[in-house]
Design a protein around this ligand. Structure first.
Ligand SMILES: [Fe+2]
Ligand SMILES: [Fe+2]
Length: 162
């Protein structure tokens, strides 16, 4: 195996966190869909896809470096646990911050272990988290202005996207 055991184990766990986030965003999209907020729903279905891709990226990396791993079980996610559009975005931002912490921990371990292969791989995720947190932070701030969520729909999406 080309990477250290500690980071390999954390990456295996991270597969579950990414698929868990994907599941959570599906529930969030469903919540918005139930409110008739189809623009918000589409944005969170897209976010859900992205999280699935993150999980896939880790799986492919672990295969490439010859690590043994299990794909973790994913917890249930309930649209009914969301109280408002602002609550949905606050929960999403909190979730993204937790993921950033997870990647920071892995990057610290990789450096401590002299595992440059993992370090290089983790850099991509750390950059991605800057975008992810910034997007969710923007949605929280947008909704905190008290704007009608229907009127906010044209403002959704990644302003940095090509
Ligand atoms: Fe992710
Ligand atoms: Fe994310």
């Amino acid at each position: 195996m080309m990477i250290c055991d500690k980071v390999a184990k954390l990456l295996q766990e991270q597969i579950g966190h990414e698929f868990g986030a994907s599941q959570q965003y599906l529930a969030t999209a469903a919540y918005f869909g139930e409110q008739g907020l189809d623009g918000w729903a589409d944005e969170f279905y897209r976010q859900s896809e992205e999280e699935r891709e993150h999980g896939m990226k880790i799986i492919k990396f672990l295969v490439d470096v010859g690590a043994e791993f299990t794909i973790p079980a994913i917890a249930a996610a309930r649209p009914s646990g969301i109280e408002s559009p602002l609550d949905a975005c606050q929960k999403a931002l909190k979730g993204e911050r937790a993921v950033t912490d997870q990647f920071s921990t892995m990057a610290r371990e990789a450096i401590a272990e002299g595992d440059h292969v993992s370090g290089q791989f983790l850099d991509w995720f750390l950059n991605e988290q800057v975008e992810e947190e910034s997007t969710m932070d923007r949605y929280v701030k947008l909704l905190e202005t008290g704007i009608n969520p229907f009127q906010a729909e044209p403002l959704l999406g990644d302003p940095h996207a090509d």
